[in-house]
Design a protein. Structure first.
Length: 389
């Protein structure tokens, strides 16, 4: 099967940053943008330039330093927002993303306007951006997952008629299931046929953002809007690393691939966490502290013989290492492994005593790395002159 390339649009510096606790200054955004470009991300949102001088400065910095990735600015359907974005970043290599109010719920209860007014403001703003010479104009359909077909179709067709080159269908509240989001994407593909690009934008409120993103790609989307580590509003966005991992291992099944290099992504995630002061979760896919660690005896027994017994995603692919942790559920296999490493043979009775003291009745409830127990056993069992560890 011939595989289709998936375009990756990063929104960590915009949707990711606007979530509580994720503030970044312009220089920090620049550093992250350059790191994202280095691993092959196709487009990088700089932020919302009209919202503050800092956002405009981030756009100015990023627009002047990117060499391969396109930079994207977020604008409401207001000419002034576009003017500020263009003043900050210019028009070259610039995609202006115009936000459309794309559900009747938002039109009536948030905006207090009519559908006709929502369509007219989008058409006017897209037309204005095109007239300024912006290289690409994108229509971002906020709350598309709850908009009627009539409203969505009218918004898309109005924007494309005025020169929009890209459409993003946002499941803003994360309320859709994969079959629903695929159906939405298939309709969008009809309303915005190629060469207009179609992008997914999915949220994690039901824990379905990755599944919905893949469903959107199957429905005809050309690319995805994702964030590093899945940061973003409420429960977050589709995590870029999860999508990259899935396409690396299952791309043949879906007929899809991406040029993003997974090897540098964990370093970017670490950099991001340091910037926004975010603790590393223990169990998050790919980037969790113990995503490639195990403390269970049966798992350790298998992995000591062949890591593939309990490990499908390879940690080295993402610049990570697997880890063995010692806890009360660890078994004798890991203890034998340690004793072999330090060159010590013990009787069965001694093995049981060491197992009891250092594993089943070990003080404290926290896990410790296998190397810590190895050093402790070496100090206890290996004569000083014979220690090599």
């Amino acid at each position: 099967m011939k595989k289709r390339r998936v375009f990756v649009h990063d929104t960590s510096l915009r949707d990711g940053e606007q979530a509580p606790g994720n503030s970044m200054d312009p220089r920090q955004k620049l550093a992250l943008a350059l790191a994202l470009e280095a691993v092959g991300v196709d487009a990088i949102e700089t932020g919302f330039p009209a919202s503050s001088p800092a956002e405009a400065e981030a756009t100015r910095l990023i627009s002047r330093h990117l060499t391969t990735a396109r930079f994207v600015t977020f604008c409401r359907a207001v000419r002034r927002d576009v003017d500020i974005a263009v003043a900050a970043g210019g028009t070259r290599n610039h995609q202006v993303q115009v936000l459309a109010t794309a559900s009747e719920l938002h039109i009536e209860r948030k905006r207090g306007i009519t559908p006709e007014e929502a369509i007219a403001e989008v058409a006017d703003t897209v037309r204005h951006a095109v007239s300024l010479g912006v290289e690409s104009v994108s229509l971002g359909l906020e709350d598309a997952s709850r908009g009627s077909d009539e409203l969505l179709r009218a918004l898309v067709r109005a924007a494309v008629a005025e020169g929009a080159t890209c459409v993003g269908a946002a499941d803003t509240t994360g309320c859709m299931t994969p079959d629903e989001y695929r159906a939405l994407t298939e309709k969008m593909r009809v309303w915005a046929p190629p060469p207009v690009q179609l992008f997914t934008h999915c949220h994690e409120d039901f824990g379905l953002s990755l599944a919905n993103t893949v469903a959107g790609l199957q429905g005809g989307a050309d690319g995805v809007q994702t964030t590093i580590g899945g940061i973003g509003e409420r429960a977050g966005n589709t995590a870029m690393e999860e999508l990259v991992a899935l396409l690396h291992y299952k791309g043949d099944r879906y007929g899809l691939y991406t040029d993003v290099d997974p090897g540098g992504m964990y370093a970017i995630y670490t950099q991001l966490r340091q910037v926004i002061g975010m603790a590393q979760p223990r169990n998050k896919a790919i980037f969790g502290e113990f995503a490639f660690g195990t403390a269970a005896g049966m798992h350790q027994q298998g992995m000591l013989r062949d890591p593939s017994t309990y490990e499908f995603v390879e940690p080295a692919l993402f610049g990570r290492e697997r880890s063995m942790l010692i806890a009360r559920h660890s078994g004798r296999a890991v203890l034998r492994h340690i004793l072999s490493r330090i060159g010590v043979e013990v009787s069965d009775d001694k093995l049981e005593e060491l197992y009891r003291r250092h594993i089943t009745e070990r003080p404290g409830a926290d896990c410790e790395d296998i190397t810590v127990l190895e050093r402790r056993l070496a100090a206890e069992l290996v004569p000083v002159g014979a220690r090599t560890h």
